[in-house]
Write a protein that binds this ligand. Structure first.
Ligand code: PAZ
Length: 381
């Protein structure tokens, strides 16, 4: 999960990263003037993206799983939520040795999936491979290592400490119920390209769900990527890099690497306007590190894409506070239309429980409100 030694980039670090200002061009990189994405319309931009960046070989299987799963639950008139979870990678080579990654562990997505299941939804869980999974997260990524609570019995069986068994029992019950009802479909991705191909197929599969559907887009998606045509086929060799002089002193400072990254297409625009133009509730997440711009960025997303709800969060406080930003579409002045509701875990950082236990009921409440509106406007309300 690293490139070159100890460097670990997040999508949000890329702007300021010294890699961008250094001076090594990946081979096969066409001149900037040959790249035309800035002049394309958004639709052409998406078409060009999917034409240029090949679909993962597993896409056809995933599509069949999605269609089967969704049609089963549509037939039962069950609500369906599509959750995206975890970070996407940006490979630097086609035979990938190195890639950019980001911080997301998939906690928000995995945890939210359990609460949506509890609320009766069927869950499509598009997640970064090896990130946190619903149910498994309670023991795979816990510092309270599960084997420490088990011992071997005289007859070769396994005994679990009473207290630990009590903690696991509700999780086991919820998992068994989910299995019995077939309400969880998990599909993994790794790269940003795999993610976008999967999201497009999943969004189109969601169409028949209509107003019973929710898109809950919690994945941390790379804003920039290296297009397939510009990627080195094999592992980038340090010998291919330019020797650089240190600015000001001119002293040699060895080989340096300079990456040119292209902007990832604005997938939310495509999801809302083309892939899934259904009355489903679309909830996107906005992560920032600067508290001063969080609300403005959430509103910008709502204005730009025209969906219903953005959940804003800050890197440092995301596990105990979030803000729901909604475009009420009622007032005359732009500022009067915004509704901002902070949701906080009691006790803050040291609070007990999970903030998703508060987030999901609130999303469900808003989803139900929207379903009533849709039924009303169809004359069924
Ligand atoms: O996966 P995690 O629990 O560590 O983090 C969740 C999150 C911060 C990635 C998510 O809540 C979020 O804000 N996703 C959108 C990120 C973005 O603005 O690109």
């Amino acid at each position: 999960r690293q490139i070159e030694g100890s460097y670990r980039a997040t999508t949000h670090q890329i702007h300021t990263n010294h890699l961008l200002s250094t001076n090594y061009n990946l081979r096969h990189l066409p001149a900037r003037s040959e790249r035309s994405s800035s002049t394309m319309s958004l639709t052409n931009e998406a078409d060009a993206y999917f034409a240029e960046n090949p679909a993962p070989p597993s896409l056809a299987t995933a599509k069949k799983q999605l269609d089967d799963f969704i049609s089963t639950h549509v037939a039962q008139n069950r609500r369906v939520v599509l959750i995206t979870s975890g970070g996407t990678t940006v490979p630097l080579e086609r035979n990938t040795v190195r890639f950019l990654d980001n911080f997301s562990a998939g906690t928000r997505g995995a945890c939210s999936a359990e609460y949506f299941l509890k609320a009766g939804y069927a869950v499509v869980f598009l997640h970064r491979q090896w990130s946190l999974l619903p149910f498994a997260r309670h023991y795979t990524h816990s510092r309270n290592f599960f084997l420490g609570h088990m011992s071997e019995t005289a007859d070769g069986g396994i005994e679990i400490e009473d207290d630990y068994a009590k903690t696991l029992l509700p999780i086991l019950r919820a998992y068994k119920k989910t299995q019995k009802e077939g309400t969880l479909l998990m599909i993994p991705f790794t790269t940003v390209s795999e993610y976008l191909h999967l999201l497009r197929e999943a969004a189109m599969s969601m169409r028949p769900v209509g107003a019973n559907g929710v898109f809950y887009l919690a994945a941390a998606v790379s804003d920039f990527f290296v297009p397939s045509s510009e990627m080195s086929e094999h592992k980038i060799q340090s010998g291919d890099a330019d020797s650089m002089a240190t600015p000001v002193t001119g002293a040699p400072r060895g080989k340096t690497l300079n990456l040119h990254l292209s902007p990832t297409p604005k997938f939310l625009h495509h999801l809302i306007s083309t892939w899934a133009p259904t009355p489903a509730l679309v909830v996107s997440f906005k992560l920032e590190t600067d508290p001063g711009i969080l609300l403005a960025k959430a509103k910008q997303a709502l204005r730009r894409y025209g969906h219903r709800l953005v959940i804003g969060n800050l890197l440092k406080t995301r596990s105990w506070e979030v803000v729901f930003v909604e475009n009420g579409q009622g007032g005359k002045e732009e500022d009067e239309r915004w509704k901002e509701d902070w949701i906080r875990l009691e006790g803050g950082e040291k609070g007990k429980g999970e903030i998703e236990a508060l987030i999901i009921p609130e999303v469900v409440r808003r989803h139900e409100g929207m379903m009533k509106e849709v039924a009303g406007s169809n004359g069924n309300g």
